[in-house]
Design a protein around this ligand. Sequence first.
Ligand code: SF4
Length: 354
Amino acid sequence: MHNCTVYYSIFTTKFIVQNTNYFPGDAKDGVPINGLVSHSQTPAADTDNTRQNTVPLFRFRHGLLWVTDLVSQTWCEQKMVLQFTQPVSYEEDPVMTAGTSIHLARELAVQDSVMLAITSKEDSFGVKVLNIVTAILSFLSGRSVAREIPIFGAPFDSGIFVSGIIDELRCDPDTFDIDLVELKTRSTKSLPSKAQREANRLQVSLYRKLWDDLVAGRTTKDVIKKHIAMKFEKEFGADLLAHISASGLGCRNLDELLDELSTKAASMVLVRRSAVEYCHQADASTIALTDVEYDERWLQTRLLHAAHYWLGEREAVGVAIEEAWKCGRCEFSDVCEWRRRRADECARANCLRS
Ligand code: SF4
């Protein structure tokens, strides 16, 4: 009876890291990762200082990307780069604060959070893995919803390793069908612009691809080791070990925990449906639940194009002429060289016509 109580408890628990200076894997998607080195090319190349300073993947992101990096890139690649390089003071955004509160309330409605003291980047990544295992165990025990589930992988073998946090997975307790839902909060009761919906589509499709790769056994331990420089056999810290043990697992290091993840993930199925839920900030009511078309070839094309920039194989580009309206609301419009060059080109073309 005692064991049952423990199992029930862990199925409703989300582990979060107390000190995020190792690998902030349980921080919200978009927080930079410190202290990690990618082996996406050759190990020798990764130790090359020139490469570290010039290749955007290493210069801006220490070798690992977040799904939100790729989403920002979709909006305007030049703007994303300027956000890395130009100092901008951000004031607290009430819209974002309201959105964060709704996300938190939804998460706490289905699971508790337990703060873990971590002692290494291996611990921090271990917490991320443990949270995925915990979500899967909760589905296998009959629960139907898990929220804020970490996910990672190297989609399409594109040379980049991507992490993210899925807002919500819904699991049919009878068929184990999985639906993936991304929550977006809105200040008005309306749907966002086409450009914003396109960015949302990329985000949801990427989460779906990462989940499917994990379940299908494509995110292997070897793939992870190729991209993340960690001591996979280093023993976890005492706090994490205690919680892994309380979860009924016998893993003492990343190597063993990733084996557990592979086994558990293999019992899950691919995503059946992916959607975005638009939610009104004022009262947290649902404005619309819209299906997201999943097209693997579309996603692959977008991702490979994005990866070429991160791997230093092409320069960053700004928005196309037909999306110049984005420049009008961009905080970098005064310093953006891309915009200035496009304006000069237009002025010259107008001169030639007149
Ligand atoms: S001004 Fe336009 S092209 Fe330049 S960063 Fe902003 S949105 Fe992108």
